[in-house]
Design a protein around this ligand. Sequence first.
Ligand code: AMP
Length: 192
Amino acid sequence: MENLRIVILGRQGSGKGTQCLRLGESYGVIHISTGDMLRAAVESQTELGQKAKAIMDAGDLVSDEIINAIVAQRIGMNDVSENGFILDGYPRTASQAQALEEELLVKGLKLDLAINLEVPVSEVTQRMLDRSRADDTEEAIRRRLEIYENETTPLLEWFEDRNNLVVVSGLGPEDEVFSRLKGVIDGIISEN
Ligand code: AMP
């Protein structure tokens, strides 16, 4: 099939970032992580980074308008057109899902697959506390998970309605989760 275009959903701490990185390498598609892009902007103190820092520290979401513009720009770049993408951490709201769909539509493209990497709240909370990243205070973790349930969980239905959704368990060793994900993606590739 031609280029893969995949979205991976999953709570923060589900192991999504690690798996997306591996999948990107394995299938030769571009891994686009909005969290990584924002952290890089904070690090280099760009205007965007300065705006985003306090929002990220509080565990809130950066505005749809800003994030949609960043993703649209990234998706329009040559490496992504040529190789496809695996989106990690986007879309996170209904408005983002809509913007992505429209952005692809104007290019005559559509998503091949949305995967929900499912890890229960109790497990992701423990994982996040263990990794102790700067923005992983207990309050920010609680806030991020609450926003995930309110804003992002409804997207599961959105993708289900479009026959795009597959649920994969994110429990167990990293290599096992990776094999599960590959199994699902290989299945989609062979169907096309
Ligand atoms: P992540 O690494 O995906 O958990 O993202 C880290 C932080 O960046 C989030 O807690 C948000 O503040 C922000 N962020 C990343 N992706 C998005 C998005 N799609 N929409 C809004 N904010 C985002």
